[in-house]
Design a protein around this ligand. Structure first.
Ligand code: ADE
Ligand code: ZN
Length: 335
């Protein structure tokens, strides 16, 4: 099964580029930029990755990002992730970035996006992995700050497929950002939002009805509301689920308690993703392996999860069909 998972053609739709920052690279970039971390070693950093909830993770995640200053830093970070993803047979990925984490420290928007975009273009040319970029607004900051960030993004519109919403969920409902998402949609961006990770099903409804999202990021609290489940199934709204993230942030106690298989069986279009793999103990293969072993998934379940991701992606209908045909060829060869 592990080899099958590794070989399975996969798409990743929920991945924060700042969350792929491995401690080794963090130290290397910190050293070359003359930025000191409060940790003395890579081991000490990894030991600090004992989280109790989303906020306890976000505090350390924003701290690590402080060493990123130059275009080359963003390039190196993005290249390292794309190389790793490609090695795990992820053939398409849709990457989140948090510009406010950097612009609020004085790093220009242009520096961030040029570094990330440069690595995405090189990875497509050299590794064959395709990717798209989604700008996330930090929901613990104001709606006005999100609107300013959207304005900064407009000159780079061709490089950004969509906008999303992340950071501290509870107390920052989607409707707080109704105006900025309306403007983003008018500008042609596709809409996604984190909802129902720690926040209630009501936040998922708001993301759907007020922000007009194409996908819900996380959404694992959906089964608490039967009407919502019915809506997600009827409208085939994808959920980008992140199993190891949910365990590390104590959304579920154990992988055996995770509800991804239950949601798959309900007919919800669930997908598997790694969220912040450097912090949560694994990339795509490790997430698939954890749920396969913990929830006894069959090859057909794994196929369906992978197919859901290609269908839920922001690829064109022709590109989706090509990927799904490749997936079907893989399945025929392995059954
Ligand atoms: N930023 C990075 N990872 C996140 C997550 N899992 N939830 C909300 N914001 C995030
Ligand atoms: Zn996330």
């Amino acid at each position: 099964m592990r080899e099958f998972i590794h070989q399975l053609p996969k798409a990743e739709l929920h991945l924060h580029i700042e969350g792929t920052f491995e401690p080794e690279l963090m130290f290397e970039i910190g050293r070359r930029n003359g930025v000191k971390l409060r940790f003395k070693s890579v081991d000490e950093v990894r030991k600090a990755y004992a989280f109790t909830d989303l906020q306890s993770f976000l505090d350390i995640y924003y701290e690590g990002a402080q060493v990123l200053l130059k275009e080359q830093d963003f390039y190196d970070l993005t290249w390292a992730y794309l190389k790793k993803a490609s090695e795990q047979n992820v053939c398409h990925t849709e990457i989140f970035f948090d510009p406010q984490t950097h612009t609020d420290r004085g790093v220009p928007f242009e520096t961030v996006i040029k570094g990330i975009h440069g690595a995405m273009a090189d990875a497509e040319a050299k590794l064959g992995i395709t990717s798209k970029l989604i700008l996330c607004f930090l929901r613990h900051l104001s709606a006005e700050a999100a609107m300013e960030t959207l304005e900064q993004a407009l000159p780079y519109k061709e490089w950004i497929i969509g906008v999303g919403l992340d950071s501290s969920e509870v107390g920052h409902p989607p409707k707080k950002f109704a105006a900025v998402f309306k403007r983003a949609e008018e500008e042609g961006f596709l809409i996604v939002a984190h909802a129902g990770e720690e926040g209630p099903p009501e936040y998922i409804w708001q993301a759907l009805k007020t922000l007009n999202v194409r996908r819900i990021d996380h959404g694992v609290r959906s089964p608490e509301d039967p009407e919502l489940v019915k809506y997600l199934v009827e409208h085939q709204i994808p959920l980008t689920v992140c199993p190891l993230s949910n365990i590390k942030l104590c959304v579920f106690d154990r992988i055996e308690d995770h509800n991804i298989k239950e949601m798959l069986d309900m007919g919800i279009k669930v997908t598997v993703n790694s969220d912040d793999p450097a912090y949560f103990g694994g990339y795509m293969d490790e997430n698939f392996i954890a749920i396969q072993e913990g929830l006894h998934l069959s090859r057909e379940d794994l196929y369906q999860l992978s197919k859901n991701a290609f269908e839920a992606s922001f690829l064109t209908p022709d590109e989706k069909q090509k990927r799904i045909d490749e997936l079907d060829t893989f399945m025929k060869a392995h059954s």
